[in-house]
Design a protein around this ligand. Structure first.
Ligand code: 5GP
Ligand code: MN
Length: 329
């Protein structure tokens, strides 16, 4: 760890230790790392004797994450003000999923994040693009606060680690990730049980929806771009919830020769769409495409939302993928 990052952790720990209250939030449409980091931070800070409230917005959570007990997270701002807002896994201020009043009532904002395009929006930014997941950063922070891991704290942190590393397969899976896994398992996280809950508690409707998306797969740019899409009607007819579309994009990225995978999903908010992007092989930085579309993310996993039509978005993605290096030889 370099000195600057070390100093940022130290500053964050000092502020949290002295805070009259800490409110923890993660990003919108929370994934395993967002929710795992959030729940892990809440339980860990409480173990350090810090008055802590976790918050989320009231939207539906992915079915496979509900067991993390999100009911303990508030969907309204606490009374009063003057708390420290701890934002985990958020690359920008706009990504923070906090009920009305939470941001306004914060005397200070601490950001703990691993996105390389983090905008440094907080008063204290602890940003480590080299960290495999935000959950590992929360673990470091808790370490500085002298928190001993318990099974209850280790479990959500392990969820963040296993999901953001693609079950220890993505390029961010380094020795530190395995060392963190060993520490969390030693502290009581149960890999097989967590695997079952995350990946083998699938609703049948989700497979039906996945089948529909896969059947529409289209390969463009001489095999380097794979795209597919789902409408709101597809989701409704399948009987699945919106989060059931998680995982579609990973299937597309697996196609031999594909460098960019894109999945366009109608969200229903005034005809809006959510675009998910993945890079295979690492030649194309898909976060650059996402930023051009108004979003952001990691070099190999990024996304944005847009009011443009599906055809418009597919043409935009194709042009962007082409100009950013897919299909250059
Ligand atoms: P997913 O495709 O799984 O929804 O998102 C992959 C990653 O892209 C997320 O972890 C997040 O970093 C980023 N991402 C997705 N959607 C957005 C968005 O609308 N705005 C920004 N800034 N990042 C996004
Ligand atoms: Mn993350």
């Amino acid at each position: 760890m370099n000195d600057l990052l070390d100093a940022a952790y130290e500053a964050a720990a000092a502020v949290l230790r002295a805070a009259p209250r800490v409110v923890v939030a993660a990003h919108t449409d929370p994934d395993g790392d967002a929710l795992g980091s959030l729940v892990g931070a809440v339980l860990g800070l409480r173990a350090a004797g810090i008055d802590t409230v976790g918050v989320r917005v009231a939207a539906e959570l992915p079915r496979e994450l509900r067991w993390l007990d999100p009911d303990q997270l508030a969907t309204t701002a606490p009374a009063g003000d003057g708390w420290v807002l701890l934002a985990v896994d958020c690359g920008s201020e706009a990504r923070i999923a906090a009920p009305a009043g939470v941001r306004e009532g914060a005397a200070l904002v601490v950001g703990v994040d691993h996105h390389h395009d983090n905008t440094c929006f907080a008063d204290i930014d602890v940003v480590d693009p080299g960290a495999a997941c935000a959950a590992m950063m929360v673990r470091h922070l808790l370490d500085r606060l002298g928190v001993a891991l318990t099974p209850a704290i280790a479990t959500p942190l392990y969820v963040g680690l296993v999901t953001d590393t693609g079950r220890f397969q993505y390029s961010n899976t380094d020795a530190r990730a395995f060392a963190a896994a060993a520490e969390l398992v030693d502290a009581g996280a149960r890999p097989q049980e967590i695997f079952r809950r995350l990946y083998e508690s699938v609703a049948a409707a989700k497979l039906v929806l996945l089948g529909r998306a896969l059947a529409r797969t289209e390969v463009r740019l001489g095999g380097r771009l794979a795209v597919t899409w789902l409408t709101l009607a597809d989701v409704t007819e399948s009987g699945a919830d919106a989060s059931a579309t998680d995982g579609v994009i990973e299937q597309l990225r697996a196609i031999d020769g594909v460098e960019v995978a894109a999945f366009v999903r109608e969200t229903g908010n005034g005809g809006g769409h959510k675009v998910s992007l993945r890079s295979a092989g690492g030649r194309v930085d898909v976060s650059a495409i996402a930023r051009a579309g108004g979003g952001g993310g990691h070099a190999r996993a990024a996304g944005f939302t847009s009011d443009r039509s599906r055809d418009d978005l597919l043409a935009f993605i194709e042009a962007e993928a082409l100009s950013r290096g897919a299909c250059t030889d």
